[in-house]
Design a protein around this ligand. Structure first.
Ligand code: JCF
Length: 787
């Protein structure tokens, strides 16, 4: 075989295999190979097709995405009109439909037909499309349009992965037009909306709109990026043989690779249809896609022909609708609620309306940006939506119905609970070496614990199980304590006396004593619990643990500068600022002081965490300053060349130029010419030193150390210390710790379970220490290992 024949065969093989994987993945929902394997085959096919452009065919799996952007869609006349369906909203309309069907079947003999056989399927909430296959190849895709004429969306339907570009198997009619619904799953819709918001785009109101918007893109690359799916429910023009019942046809289509509903069922008589309706209705919320009803069709094509059409609807099919998920109602008012951190959030008060069986009178509005995005005014008619178990949401304003006396929604200037000032939050971002402050979406009451709403929720949070864990103090009791003026800060809990609480509602002698001892028992919290209990905005349990573990003492947590905090895993600059300003606040400082005065003993390690200590190299520090166009590599070069922050500050132009490319060197000079940048860097550096850290990459220091210039590798599990600690100790002796063994490795520390790295070290004849020997070695160099 020639090379080209070889490649041609391979191309055919790859296409068949990729089609099969596609089918399994997108149609059957049971992936057959890992994504990586699929990608490998796909890339191989792409490469072969690039090598032989003449072998590219339009049905190749590589050819789904078109390259050109259309200016308009062409019109397509449907050879067989695309019909709509009649609707039924209740059982009696369904029984009526069944009677019409039976009455319409003019059978020769006089037999009374007991039961009609129907097909049942969910009615997907998407967009009807027609797909035309000639000789098994997809040649055209069209929208329904007005039923007689639609739009040519061939390039777009080609991007939908569950639509085969080529039919599988054999025996398909030479001309086959299939019809079905293009839709978006609930999960796909959520993902798409999240990414729309991320890029500052407008979210879609519902999966149907998202599907429609995605399919009607003139640029098919956009369509390709949207999670569209397809489900087949019928046929249009056909030249060739097909079975004589609706269900048998759909099963054939499925064999040819077209997706059909997983819920397709046969019903014997209308009663079974009604049961199907109940069953699907009960599972509506848990289906992965949205449906607005179920569709019933007379299964026999002969009966269908006999029944025919009435106006533009078939007499042999009907849609039995579910209650709508969306309803119209009036926005009566917008009220503002105050949360634990003082966030003032708008809540919509609605004219009560039933949505999918549940009366809805309130809807969350999230924040003022959402109000602005919706363009909401009080008095507006709005579309509200209750999908599944989700909290009702306002989707849209019906502008045509806006009354003349509609009022704009204003964020109150004073807190509705305490009357304090309400301020807009600021977003701190760092880019191009500068901190920029922009307006956030959240407004906050500045009243803090002086605000009753915040105080109550702060205390509820403070005493909660995962915080200070004070049992016997429910939400109602907290409200009483606050309303009675007995508690005006978390510290006041520790001053409560028996006489204060015994008279409260629901407090008898026993429960009063219980509460007092629970309060007493909470006086020795871990540092992490205590930090979490403070309720710092954006500081959850995990972040509290990280703060406690890394900084080791409340004092350091209180003092930490934003830049120092960003050294901690998962702490970004925004959270760092929240933490810093929380502890800068005089009132918060007062509360903490009082808590300590009441005898709170916070259990801390006192020491800086090893991970944290080990994370501070000068190069890493310089990188964190985000000097424009200077990446980690450039930062490391600066550290290696100048050895200290002052060294970098004082660097002269020639030195800089010899260390970095001109653009970066310029940028470093400009950056440190700004006093603000120097002060922030100096303060952070000083604090890191005060916290007991040293620069691990300072050459001068390293050079004098016993392991200077050596590379060590840690492998296997260590039992006497963590890897981070071992690494830190080696680095403090001047060694570099690497992840892999090579001929350049000086020594390998191998714990139990060491595998390939140990084998390689032995192969290369390197020095290997077990953990015990390693600890001895450290001791020999004056480094203690606490157990
Ligand atoms: O799932 C649907 N939205 C759906 C629409 C299902 C069907 O079986 C349909 C349809 C529209 C027309 N059948 C017809 C004849």
């Amino acid at each position: 075989m020639s090379d080209i024949e070889n490649d041609a065969n391979r191309i055919l093989l790859l296409r068949t295999e990729l089609r099969e994987h596609n089918h399994r993945y997108y149609v059957l929902d049971e992936p057959s190979v890992p994504d990586a394997e699929y990608d490998r085959l796909f890339r191989e096919l792409k490469a072969l097709e690039a090598k032989h452009p003449r072998l590219v065919t339009s049905d190749s799996p590589t050819q789904r995405i078109g390259s050109e952007v259309l200016s308009t869609f062409l019109q397509v006349k449907h050879q067989v009109p695309m019909l709509s369906l009649g609707n039924a909203f209740d059982e009696s309309s369904m029984l009526e439909f069944d009677r019409r069907v039976r009455g319409g079947l003019d059978l020769d003999n006089d037999l009374f037909i007991e039961n009609i056989e129907y097909s049942c399927e969910p009615k997907l909430d998407g967009l009807a499309v027609s797909l035309l296959y000639r000789e098994g190849i997809l040649v055209q895709g069209a929208t329904r349009g007005d039923g007689a004429t639609g739009e040519d969306i061939t390039v777009n339907v080609r991007t939908v992965r569950s639509i085969p570009l080529k039919l599988q198997g054999s025996g398909w009619p030479s001309v086959l037009e299939v019809r079905g619904e293009v839709f978006m799953s609930k999960a796909g819709f959520e993902r798409l909306n999240a990414s729309q918001l991320e890029i500052g785009g407008k979210p879609f109101a519902n999966p149907r709109n998202a599907a429609a918007g995605s399919l009607r893109q003139l640029d098919s690359r956009i369509t390709a990026s949207r999670p569209l799916e397809f489900c087949c429910y019928g046929i249009g023009q056909v030249q060739g043989q097909l079975p004589d019942t609706h269900i048998a046809i759909l099963e054939k289509l499925q064999m040819w690779g077209l997706p059909i509903s997983h819920e397709l069922k046969r019903a014997n008589g209308i009663e079974e249809c009604l049961e199907y309706y109940q069953d699907i209705g009960a599972r509506r919320n848990s289906l992965p896609y949205e449906i607005d009803g179920v569709v019933f069709k007379v299964n026999s094509l002969a009966y269908q022909r006999e029944l025919g059409f009435r106006a533009r609807e078939p007499r042999w099919a009907i849609a039995h609708k579910f209650p709508a998920l969306e309803e119209l109602t009036e926005l009566l008012d917008v009220e503002f609620q105050v949360g634990r951190t003082g966030a003032v959030t708008p809540v919509a008060r609605l004219m009560p309306v039933k949505v999918a069986g549940v009366t809805v009178a309130n809807a969350t509005l999230h924040n003022m940006d959402e109000v602005a995005r919706l363009g909401l005014m009080i008095g507006d008619t709005v579309i509200i939506r209750r999908a599944g178990d989700v909290i009702p949401q306002i989707m849209q304003v019906v502008l045509e119905r806006r009354p003349d006396n509609a009022r704009p929604v204003h964020i109150p200037e004073q807190c509705p609970v305490c009357g304090s000032q309400v301020e807009r939050t600021q977003l701190v971002k760092r880019s191009k070496g500068r901190e920029t402050v922009s307006e956030g979406a959240v407004y906050r009451c500045v009243g803090r614990l002086a605000c009753g709403a915040q105080l109550k929720q702060a205390i509820i949070h403070f005493v909660s199980r995962r915080a200070m864990d004070i049992e016997g103090l429910g939400d109602k009791s907290v409200e009483q304590l606050v309303d009675e003026g007995l508690v005006s800060s978390p510290a006041d809990l520790y001053a409560l006396k028996f006489d204060d609480i015994v008279d409260l509602e629901g407090f008898a002698e026993v429960s009063s004593n219980k509460l007092l001892s629970a309060i007493e028992d909470s006086k020795k919290p871990s540092l992490a619990r205590f930090i979490y209990a403070l309720g710092i905005p954006d500081v959850g349990e995990e972040t509290a643990k990280v703060l406690a573990r890394s900084l080791g003492s409340l004092e350091r947590v209180q003092q930490a500068l934003p830049h120092v905090l960003t050294y901690l895993p998962d702490v970004g600059l925004e959270v760092a600022h929240e933490i810093h300003s929380f502890f800068e606040d005089a009132h918060n400082q007062q509360v903490i002081k009082e808590l300590l005065k009441h005898g709170l003993q916070i259990q801390d390690q006192g020491e800086l965490g090893a991970e944290f200590a080990a994370s501070t190299t000068l190069g890493g520090f310089l990188d964190k300053l985000h000097i424009p166009s200077v990446g980690p590599g450039g930062a490391q070069k600066l550290a290696d060349r100048f050895g200290s922050l002052e060294g970098v500050f004082g660097a002269d132009w020639l030195d800089l130029r010899q260390t970095l490319p001109e653009k970066q060197a310029n940028s470093v000079r400009e950056f440190f010419a700004l006093e603000d940048n120097r002060l922030i860097a100096e303060a952070a550096e000083k604090q890191l030193r005060d916290f007991g850290m040293h620069w691990l990459s300072e050459k001068k220091v390293v050079e004098g150390l016993p392991l200077a210039g050596q590379t060590w590798v840690l492998t296997g599990s260590l039992e006497l210390m963590s890897r981070d600690v071992a690494k830190e100790k080696l680095e403090s002796l001047g060694a570099k710790v690497a992840g892999s063994v090579s001929a350049k490795t000086h020594c390998v520390v191998a714990g139990p379970g060491a595998g390939s790295k140990l084998a390689k070290a032995n192969e290369l004849g390197l020095k290997v220490l077990d953990e015990e020997a390693f600890v001895e070695f450290l001791k020999h160099h004056g480094i203690a290992v606490e157990s």
